[in-house]
Design a protein around this ligand. Structure first.
Ligand code: DON
Length: 310
């Protein structure tokens, strides 16, 4: 029981789990990254962490999965903490209304991506981190370990290499932006860093704990360290709310009403400021690249608790 609100999260999560675990929702595992196509599509895990330390879990919540685009929120956070508002000279804050790997807006918008959570935007953020970190891969991993509170977080090199072999879209995006002068480093170096940050693996528990930071206004709950300011944390949450689900961001806001982020590994993480963070993993994706069961779980959660940010 989460004492702050007298909500029995464990009961609510177990009801939701029982209700939808065996429903065969439509969708497919991501197959454009060959390593991800091998994941068991039936996996289903949930972990919710309350700010008051309550933890509630169901199903495969302690199994590692590829966090993929969810990492974009964390790379944005690191770059924002280092660069402040100068960041917004290189990337915008508007929803794109387009698929996550779309090239189309870049041509008429001078190679400035609409936001940091689509692939083009995350590539620009990766370029900024490659310029500003001493050892980009090692330093990024240290940052993730610090905010997750776990030294067990790793890159999955097989997934990163698998994406490199088939990453023709991302290669096109980065070269296109380079032609506008919005990529400063060697595209191959930036792509390698980007594929690695997408390949990070976490369990639902680790992911929920990592994102508790954004429910806590930018401060780590364990150590009290301020990672980003209150205002910066608000802005990261606003970007998740408006851009976290690409051309399905409106639908997620409409049905769930929380800031969140999805990844093609089938993970979704969402936060309720001042209350909790929750991670769900179910690898079958809908046509927009978001976990079908994950979206349904979160819709049922905010419906049954009658709590969202709206
Ligand atoms: O760049 C890509 O295509 C993947 N590494 C990440 C895409 C992703 O997770 C989109 N999410 N729903």
């Amino acid at each position: 029981m989460c004492l702050l609100e007298q909500i029995n999260y464990q009961l609510i999560l177990s009801d939701i789990y029982e209700e939808i675990a065996n429903i065969d929702y439509e969708g497919n595992v991501a197959n454009y990254i060959p390593q991800l196509a091998k994941v068991n599509p039936e996996k289903f895990g949930i972990h919710l962490c309350c700010l008051n330390e309550g933890n509630y879990a169901m199903g495969d919540s302690n199994e590692k999965f590829s966090i993929q685009s969810i990492s974009k929120v964390l790379s944005l956070t690191l770059a924002f903490s280092m660069m402040g508002d100068k960041l917004w000279e290189r990337v915008g804050v508007e929803p794109s209304g387009n698929p996550f790997n779309s090239l189309i807006q870049l041509e008429t918008e001078n190679g400035i991506p609409r936001n940091p959570l689509i692939n083009s935007g995350a590539l620009v953020i990766s370029d900024i981190l490659v310029s500003n970190l001493v050892n980009p891969k090692a330093d990024y991993l240290s940052f993730i370990r610090k905010i997750s509170g776990s030294d067990e977080i790793q890159y999955n090199t097989a997934v990163a290499n698998s994406e490199k072999e088939t990453g023709f879209r991302n290669t096109a995006l980065i070269n296109f932006m380079k032609s506008f002068g919005n990529i400063k480093n060697d595209p191959e170096t930036v792509l390698d860093f980007y594929f690695h940050l997408c390949s990070i693996e976490m369990t639902c528990k680790e992911l929920a704990r990592t994102f508790l930071l954004f429910a806590n206004h930018g401060t780590l709950t364990g150590t009290g360290e301020c990672i980003v300011s209150r205002s910066q944390s608000k802005r990261v949450n606003a970007i998740m709310q408006t851009c976290g689900f690409y051309d399905e961001a409106g639908e997620f806001s409409f049905k769930v009403g929380l800031p969140g982020k999805s990844g093609v590994g089938g993970g979704i993480v969402a936060i309720h400021p001042d209350k909790y963070s929750i991670a769900v993993w179910s690898p079958k994706l809908n046509k927009k690249g978001n976990s079908t069961k994950g979206m349904k779980t979160l819709e049922l959660l905010t419906t049954r608790t009658e709590l969202s940010i709206f």
